[in-house]
Write a protein that binds this ligand. Structure first.
Ligand SMILES: Cc1ncc(COP(=O)(O)O)c(C=O)c1O
Length: 459
């Protein structure tokens, strides 16, 4: 036992030494990279190494530090970050104002007691409610995005006392039971079948299909609690619905007394050029789900904000029904989120993103005319998708881009699409660099492709 504990202590001390170090020696760098691979293989899941490799080069990319629009591996190789933490990095890496707030709170009080009142949770709830569209008012915080979706579904069922959830094909809402059941991709839920009962999927972007589903369920004596929808299906490959889609979904929900849940986990906090994407469409949901960017790329925090009248007696009298969180909405996360909201408004990040997004889209559309392998360029704000003929070509382009120092992701639900989601604080000159490197990467990929076709013909 003593020997086992000694070994654990040695490992913990070694890891802490790396955490405390300002500068890594060449030996440290080598050690961190090699041990990261070993630890993921032995103690996390070797699958992550293959998965990461599918977006990266022949070597595994280990992320060590970051500033604003870039991150570095332990060797100091720098990459422009177009992955953007899947939307979390709206304020850039290590934003000093967010770090300052978190550090100050850390020195005072890191974790609340769920039985007591934590002032920061109150301040943040008020700020979220002030920033949310329409009469959205009451907030409940969680840690993970999928948890917030779970909460939204629970909330809809409790407050409405109705049952069915209407979701959309190819939707991404997370991987926990309810969220995976609402998600619209078989790969997300087939391993946990059967899904939760009472979820009906309809085509995304087709409000008529949603109305027919609701009508048919009601006609056979079922009840419908809510419709859940993303303003833009990000993971499905940046799928943008028709202009008035959300408005029509709002009207349909009102007509049948069904709640509208809008999942703004990826699109919120300015990502599409307005603080909330639904705000840009003039729509107020009954339940808005937020996450990712609100933590400023520093702390995990997500949640739901809902209309006041939905807080039926059962929910008010038993506030723990939704959860009595031990860690969710903790003071550190609230400090990060308060600083993030201030930073977003003070710097008018939504407007900055709208302008930068238009600038980048226009440049990418020029590339679309030049490169036949690029089938489509689409997006809103700094949420942009590039569509290629096959997943292999998409992957080859992202690998070629990574070799040129730009890290880019693919859309999990549609690997033919690569996703550009850089920090909102990205500079115009960095956008120029990305576009120029993408131009080179696509030329190189097309050349390799032509070469492999010739080789295949000769064999
Ligand atoms: C719109 C949306 N909702 C929910 C989620 C679930 O997020 P997580 O897997 O971080 O819980 C995602 C993930 O990317 C998402 O894009």
């Amino acid at each position: 036992m003593a020997e086992k504990n000694e070994a654990i202590l040695r490992e913990a001390t070694r890891a802490l030494e790396f955490i405390y170090k300002d500068r890594l020696s060449p030996g440290d760098r080598e050690q961190i990279v090699n041990e990261s691979i070993e630890h993921f293989n032995e103690h996390v899941n070797p699958g992550w190494l293959r998965y990461s490799k599918s977006v990266a080069m022949d070597t595994v990319l280990v992320e060590w530090e970051g500033t604003q629009e870039t991150f570095k591996d332990p060797y100091g190789n720098e990459f422009v970050d177009c992955l953007g933490g899947c939307g979390a990095n709206i304020a850039g890496h290590q934003n000093p104002e967010i770090i300052k707030a978190v550090q100050a709170q850390l020195n005072r009080h890191a974790l609340h007691n769920p039985e007591l009142l934590d002032p920061l949770r109150g301040y943040l709830a008020r700020l979220v409610s002030m920033s949310a569209p329409g009469d959205l008012k009451y907030v409940h915080f969680c840690n993970e995005a999928t948890e917030a979706i779970e909460l939204a579904l629970n909330f809809a069922r409790v407050t409405s006392d109705n049952y069915f959830i209407i979701s959309t094909v190819n939707a991404c809402h997370g991987k926990s039971f309810g969220a995976a059941s609402a998600a619209g991709k078989v790969a997300y839920s087939k391993s946990y079948l059967p899904k939760i009962k009472g979820v009906q999927h309809v085509e995304f972007g087709n409000s008529e299909a949603a109305e027919i589903a609701i009508m048919n369920l009601i006609a056979v004596g079922e009840t419908v609690a809510a419709v859940i929808v993303e303003p833009i299906q990000v993971t499905a490959g940046i799928v943008i619905p028709p202009d008035n889609y959300l408005q029509q979904m709002r009207e349909i929900c009102d007509r049948y007394g069904v709640l509208l849940i809008i999942d703004e986990i990826q699109t919120g906090m300015g990502r599409t050029g307005t603080f909330w994407a639904c705000e840009g469409c003039g729509v107020v949901p009954d339940i808005l789900v937020f996450g990712k960017a609100i933590g400023g790329g520093v702390m995990p925090i997500t949640g739901i904000i809902t209309r006041e009248h939905l807080w039926v007696e059962e929910l008010v009298n038993n506030p723990w029904i939704l959860s009595q969180p031990t860690t969710a909405g903790m003071p550190l996360a609230c400090a990060a989120a308060i600083a993030t909201i201030k930073l977003i408004l003070e710097n008018d990040i939504p407007n900055q993103i709208a302008r930068k997004g238009d600038y980048m889209l226009a440049k990418l559309k020029v590339l679309r005319k030049k490169h036949t392998i690029l089938l489509d360029v689409r997006g809103k704000g700094l949420l942009i998708g590039l569509e290629y003929p096959t997943p292999e070509i998409g992957r080859a382009v992202s690998e070629a881009l990574l070799k040129r120092g730009v890290a880019i992701g693919r859309a999990l639900n549609n690997p033919r699409v690569i996703r550009i989601e850089p920090p909102g604080v990205i500079r115009l000159k960095t956008i120029d660099t990305i576009v120029s490197k993408l131009d080179n990467a696509m030329s190189a990929t097309a050349k390799d492709l032509a070469l492999s076709l010739v080789q295949a013909e000769n064999n």
